[in-house]
Design a protein around this ligand. Structure first.
Ligand code: FAD
Ligand code: UQ1
Length: 526
């Protein structure tokens, strides 16, 4: 009897006898794979307005009701009995973006519908690693067990995804085999490509070579800074699109310089160099100007369009290649007594080799809806995606809003309300009690600030935010799925007493006028 039931159910689940009558019997999880490739025949993000058109639009108005997922309604209905692991929403990666999405969706969908896959023991609050490297924060306070962050209503698989099979709505894992889903959210972050810099892997952690980009070396950074007495200290940075938190490579330079100057009294003996593959100090002019001013005041040398390609720890030499527009591709070598390396990064290989990746290996998503450009039931969030933003937790917080709204909207009301607006932020700590709170629209390159002060200036209040307030926002709000960036505060502050609002408007106007003058010098002088 059981065999007959199984046969009938298999027959029906493959579209079988009722299909010609127009009766929807397909479920995606038939043993032989889906009849209908998951992305076929549906409205698709490609039909949506381009991200440039919607960038900066208020979140809730972005792509509201833009297109309708009729078929997702049908395919999302039933989960097959024969598949041991199947979930409404499967989230790959329990880091910053993945956890924020999981906790939010678990509240929306309820018990047992959401699952996270992550092989890691710990979740890290990476934004504090810069402070750890400067001795201002405890490493232990940046980590928390993933299993303790996941409430019972979310299923946690402690495993790594080894293959994405989006045409069949499943992933393969190293410990649990096949896991199926209705919706997939890819949140694997990016990993360090140690091998791209010759000799780096062997050099790490010895003879003055360190990085804040790995939890294994942040505490060592502080120890090594304290060990510097004289010589040259180098701080490197790869191309901005190969790194997360593009401010971090220089934040540690300002903090180290302060330690050498004010605490150790060795500043006069240390030559400090920031050597970056990028053409300037920061992508947003307003903050680049402030940072350049600080560098000039504090005697910090800058070399642009120069990418670290090799390290020789025995000779304490670093080799750089001239890159970018107008460069001749030549190399030069610098001796160091201390070097803070910000290594190049990219998505894990499992993402790069999957059908989800674009040419550069990032999960290819529509930059405002966060929906995959080919697979309509696949979403991406955070550092691993192709979204042209600054890879930060701040951006991921707003992206999480778009992902959660759109996953839930697609599976229930079949509408897409969620919209990532390009917001990104980078708290540029420039001393142990001062910070420039850079906030901007990464799509347009314009400042997009929250507070009623000139955020281009170093401020005590913003350092307090960075060190004491943002960690609480992260652990208590973002990791519970209820922080989607400071947009509401930005709007609330606009209602402050008119003189404050007017002051802010003045600062913003000044910035954009300066930019306009630079872009059209002839017109401005006419
Ligand atoms: P992650 O948080 O890195 O999480 C990725 C998760 O995916 C990990 O748990 C990993 O184990 C898991 N994973 C990987 N491969 C697999 C697999 N095959 N299967 C299953 N799971 C997998 N941002 C700010 O907003 N402000 C700051 O001041 C700031 N400062 C920073 C300073 C430093 C030194 C660093 C390193 C980062 C900083 N950031 C900052 C950036 C911020 O931490 C990242 O942008 C954010 O963590 C990205 O989140 P994510 O979810 O994309 O990736
Ligand atoms: C932010 O939202 C965020 O995620 C929680 C960060 O990571 C810790 C940040 O560093 C920043 C700056 C923001 C933006 C929030 C404010 C209040 C400016």
């Amino acid at each position: 009897m059981a065999a007959v039931t199984k046969y009938v159910s298999n027959f029906l689940s493959r579209g079988g006898a009722l299909a010609p009558l127009g009766v929807v019997t397909q479920v995606r999880h038939g043993g032989g794979g889906p009849i209908l490739p998951p992305h076929k025949g549906r409205a698709h993000p490609a039909d949506a307005p381009s991200w440039a058109q919607t960038a900066g639009a208020p979140i809730r108005q972005g792509l509201k009701n833009y297109y309708i997922y009729n078929e997702l309604k049908d395919v999302a209905e039933a989960l097959p009995k024969e598949v041991p692991f199947a979930h409404k929403v499967l989230i790959v990666g329990g880091g910053c973006g993945g956890m924020a999405v999981a906790r939010n969706l678990a509240r929306k969908f309820g018990e047992g519908r959401i699952a996270i896959i992550d092989p890691a023991e710990h979740h890290y609050y990476q934004p504090a690693w810069t402070l750890v490297g400067a001795g201002q924060y405890n490493m232990a306070d940046t980590r928390y067990k993933i299993s303790h962050m996941v409430p019972k209503k979310i299923k946690l698989y402690k495993a790594a995804v080894t293959e994405f099979v989006p045409d069949e709505n499943h992933v393969l894992t190293d410990k649990f085999g096949k896991i199926k889903y209705d919706f997939l959210v890819v949140a694997t972050g990016i990993k360090i490509d140690w091998d791209e810099v010759k000799g780096l892997k062997e050099a790490m952690g010895r003879d003055g070579v360190t990085t804040n980009y790995s939890p294994n070396f942040c505490e060592l950074t502080h120890k090594m800074i304290r060990g510097v007495k004289k010589g040259t200290a180098i701080f490197t940075m790869p191309p901005a699109n190969r790194i997360k938190c593009p401010g971090a490579p220089q934040k540690i330079m300002y903090l180290a310089e302060e330690i050498w100057r004010t605490e150790m009294g060795v500043r006069d003996n240390v030559n400090i160099k920031f050597i970056t593959a990028n053409p300037g100090q920061f992508a947003v002019k307003k903050y680049a100007d402030s940072l350049n001013k600080i560098c000039d005041e504090r005697g910090l040398e800058r070399t642009y369009k120069s990418n670290l390609i090799a390290i020789d720890p025995d000779k304490r030499e670093a080799t750089f290649k001239r890159v970018g527009e107008g460069s001749d591709g030549s190399t030069f070598t610098e001796r160091y007594s201390f070097i803070h390396v910000s290594p190049p990064m990219s998505p894990p290989d499992v993402v790069k080799k999957s059908p989800l990746a674009n040419e550069a290996g990032f999960v290819d998503v529509h930059p405002t809806t966060m929906i995959h450009t080919k697979y309509a039931n696949v979403f991406g969030i955070g550092d691993c995606t192709s979204v042209p933003t600054s890879k930060t937790a701040a951006a991921a917080a707003v992206e999480a809003y778009a992902v959660c709204e759109n996953v839930f909207g697609a599976s229930t009301a079949h509408t897409l309300h969620g919209h990532y607006d390009g917001y990104a932020s980078c708290p540029l700590v420039v001393s142990k009690n001062q910070c420039i709170m850079a906030e901007f629209n990464a799509f347009t390159g314009e400042p997009w600030e929250t507070f009623p002060i000139d955020q281009g200036k170093p401020s005590y209040l913003m350092h307090f935010m960075k060190k004491y307030v943002l960690p609480v926002i992260y652990w208590e709000a973002m990791m519970r799925g209820i922080w989607h960036g400071p947009g509401l505060f930005r709007e609330a502050f606009a209602w402050l007493p008119p003189f404050l609002t007017a002051k802010k408007v003045q600062w913003v106007m000044k910035d954009s006028q300066e930019r306009a003058r630079e872009q059209a010098p002839a017109a401005a002088s006419a």
